[in-house]
Design a protein around this ligand. Structure first.
Ligand SMILES: Cc1ncc(COP(=O)(O)O)c(C=O)c1O
Length: 409
């Protein structure tokens, strides 16, 4: 006799899956769309992607690939031309000495993060992550049974900005520590790690036999105040570094889903076996176009970065006029992360409630700092200045109105 089970087996997803946190940025995109559909003019400082469309020569390259029906599978590690193009990029820029067989093309940088962590993190392993942090590192570590250990960046006010003390990382190292995550330039703060700090962190990894997951997806968004040093320029880096980058931000190609994981050649061949079991390969025509992104004209990238530098200056100036905010001018990426604790305290609001008010009443999307684990971000909001100068001014004007309302209540 068969009987119907009270619970469907479909309900039985592992508890860690049910427990995972999503990425708030994506949730707010959906809410902003719903408000726009109701006719509101929403200004979004929420999205983590350039608003400038993918450059024409890259689109043309993809069209040509499609015309040639380059629409099938490729090698799991990616087409050799793209692996060579990305290796050339790292070698010319950072003196990285990467060979094409050390590059794995992934479906976006996020898959590179997953592949790297899944290949090394076992239950109980500790992963040191500077916080606030891009959410995927901690969540993927937890999914794998690892334990995220967050190290707060210190905020030294509007002029001092953010700082990570390498000693605070050293003090977190235990015999269970497996990996240190360094996202440079940093999402959500716009911090660029000073070369000396990076060298100290690298030394900590060497002395303790730890991996460094180096996510340098914003390496082209650097505005000059702090020089950018790639982890691939450290001596002997291939014995310690799992290197992540991609085309999403540099060439405004977030939807094309092309990322890179770079690891020592013998390891790359092993990791490719996991890769083939997850995603087979990255999209073939997008890989073709990515070759032309690296090998084609870089002038559009330079122009885009200049636009972002100007916007950064404007949003910094505009936000600085809100005297209840503590605003530091970021040195990289395209985010600004003001401290808003005075407003939260006065209004009796959490960062999430403040962000909800900005969205529901003033039609401005920002992301609450607590969306960037662990807890260090909860006095902050993140704004992506991936909107026109006009919208920056209008959006910040609305935020100023909201602050006025809260402060006078
Ligand atoms: C720090 C960081 N790493 C990785 C990613 C993911 O990049 P991709 O879209 O290529 O998966 C993002 C996207 O916002 C990011 O901010």
């Amino acid at each position: 006799m068969y009987h119907l089970a009270r619970n469907s087996p479909i309900d039985g997803a592992k508890s860690i899956v049910k427990d995972l946190k999503g990425e708030l940025g994506f949730a707010y995109i959906a809410r902003a769309r719903a408000l726009r559909e109701k006719g509101h003019r929403v200004i979004s400082f929420g999205v983590g992607q350039p608003d400038i469309p993918t450059f024409d020569h890259i689109v043309e390259s993809a069209k040509k690939a499609l015309d040639k029906r380059i629409t099938g599978y490729t090698e799991t590690q990616g087409i050799p031309r793209l692996r060579r193009a990305f290796a050339d990029y790292l070698n010319e820029r950072y003196g990285a000495d990467v060979k094409e067989d050390e590059v794995i093309v992934t479906t976006g940088a996020k898959t590179a993060i997953f592949l790297a962590m899944a290949s090394y993190i076992s239950p109980g392993d500790e992963v040191i992550i500077p916080e606030p942090s891009y959410p995927a590192y901690g969540e993927v570590a937890r999914f794998l049974g690892g334990v995220p250990k967050y190290v707060p960046l210190r905020f030294k006010g509007s002029s001092g900005g953010f700082e990570l003390d390498a000693n605070s990382i050293a003090s977190m190292v235990t015999e269970k520590t497996k990996m240190i995550v360094i996202n440079n330039p940093h999402n959500p703060t716009g911090y660029v790690f000073p070369p000396k700090t990076l060298e100290e962190i690298y030394r900590i990894a060497q002395e303790n036999g730890l991996l460094i997951l180096a996510d340098e997806i914003y390496d082209n968004f650097v505005y000059g105040e702090t020089p950018f040093r790639s982890m691939t320029s450290m001596p002997g880096w291939k014995d310690y570094v799992l290197y992540v980058n991609g085309v999403s931000k540099t060439f405004s190609m977030t939807g094309w889903r092309i990322g890179f994981l770079v690891v020592r050649g013998d390891i790359a061949r092993k990791l490719a076996k996991l890769a083939v079991n997850i995603y087979s390969c990255a999209p073939s025509f997008a890989q073709e176009a990515a070759v032309d992104a690296f090998k084609g004209d870089w002038e559009p990238v330079r122009r885009m970065v200049e636009i972002f530098r100007r916007r950064r200056d404007i949003i910094y100036e505009e936000l600085s006029r809100i005297k209840e905010f503590e605003v530091w001018k970021p040195h990289g990426a395209f985010y600004i992360f003001p401290r808003v604790s005075t407003v939260l305290a006065k209004g009796g609001l959490s960062d999430i409630e403040f962000v909800d008010l900005l969205l529901d009443k003033y039609y401005v999307v920002t992301i609450p700092g607590s969306g960037f684990p662990d807890t260090a971000g909860r006095d902050y909001i993140r704004l992506s200045y991936s909107v026109s100068e006009e919208d920056i001014r209008e959006g910040v004007r609305r935020i100023a109105d909201a602050v006025k309302e809260i402060m006078s209540s």
